[in-house]
Design a binder for this molecule. Sequence first.
Ligand code: HEM
Length: 520
Amino acid sequence: MSLSLLIAGALFIGFLTYYIWIWSFWIRKGVKGPRGFPFFGVILKFHDYENPGLLKLGEWTKKYGSIYGITEGVEKTLVVSNPEFVHEVFVKQFDNFYGRKTNPIQGDPNKNKRAHLVLAQGHRWKRLRTLASPTFSNKSLRKIMSTVEETVVELMRHLDEASAKGKAVDLLDYYQEFTLDIIGRIAMGQTESLMFRNPMLPKVKEIFKKGGKMPFLIAGVFPIAGTLMRQLFMKFPKFSPAFGIMNTMEKALNKRLEQRAADKKAGIEPSGEPQDFIDLFLDARANVDFIEEESTLGFAKSEVLKVDKHLTFDEIIGQLFVFLLAGYDTTALSLSYSSYLLATHPEIQKKLQEEVDRECPDPEVTFDQISKLKYMECVVKEALRMYPLASLVHNRKCMKKTNVLGVEIDEGTNVQVDTWTLHYDPKVWGDDASEFKPERWETGDELFYAKGGYLPFGMGPRICIGMRLAMMEEKLLLTHILKKYTFDTSTETEIPLKLVGSATIAPRNVMLKLTPRHSN
Ligand code: HEM
């Protein structure tokens, strides 16, 4: 036998052993759970668009209990649906769980120059979060409100046209146009509405649809292939919708820099007020292209006392990209679920319309008025309990070996919450957990739910940064719609909704009729 054959044989055996070692991780630990197949574990289940894997977790929870182990390609994950456990990981032991589960195609969180808030960890995350937080403060939201209002008016024009035909429309389509338009205007320097003619929409949709997940699947099983694909997509962004969008962001950023340079040359003073997120981030621009030392520092609370307030050029691109993705799909889905639940619960819709009529009697709706819509807040919260659409990101990576409520967790292991089970757990919510009951939020028991039992926006220091913006968009749009129309089901409405998806859980469609209200 030649030497090269021997080497090839040894490499092959090493390769097999590595994958079987990972796949058998939980078997060796004596932790039960579905095993799937060597190499893959159960990863294929998470890429079945028609039968979302995140819902599959619930079936496994019924079989294996509130803590069990799975492998997904080379990742080892503990799936949990016990509220105390979730609270311990997301809040109390944040210092041990400050990273998220990542995929090699996203690059190394410590080395990727375009690391964004969702991907970054440790010091880099802290810096990015500190810089981005003021953007979502109440003061900033008040400023953004007029742009959101303009976008609402534009969407209402389209909805009026659609409702005049008297037919059911797929509201999901309308809400996606709406949320993309808002994020384009407040974050990317888009100066006018691009509703129903936005060239970005097909690209963004593709990321959340079936095709967009294939590179993630391959990279999840073979990390080296992920790194290679990443390099390829960076060179040829047109082959990947995500990298294509990043390329668009880079162009927008360069355009703004050119405009700033031209203004300076012409002696035009900057207005002082950032026009959008691009301006805001450029004002905090670092004079280096990578802040190297962060990746090697520890992340205990005591070590993060001083946070640098700068962003590199590539990091700005990363942030714009993630705001676009995180802000568009989630908010449109949340609006869709709320509308569907209102249409199928007319008595709740009537109560909400009464609140809207009482608190917002004028054609124009103000920031202070929407803050008073308490019942609407209950409706949206309850819809998000029943449809925790972003549960894929309800995970943390263990960064330092630790013990959580008696369970030993090794560094590198992920903890994924089975949120769909948790949000319907009768022990947390009572025997009426499967009912749409916004009133449950009126009782002041929220603190109890907050202790690990309710996490549509996540929990702890990494809770969704755009939560209040999303709430504002939703409340403003629903107010305008409900002042004028009533959501009604039609023969085309899928009841119950058929749920699909992989990155987020989406209804296949939300076909509803908008019936004009007689009182208006
Ligand atoms: C209803 C709408 C939304 C839902 C349900 C949602 C849900 C989530 C969830 C579950 C997380 C993970 C939190 C965790 O790990 O604890 C998250 C993180 C994040 N969201 Fe949202 N989100 C929404 C809207 C938005 C909007 C409008 C934006 C921005 C424009 C946004 C930007 C982000 C970012 C940047 C993160 C990462 C935060 C970090 O790691 O520090 N989200 N979101």
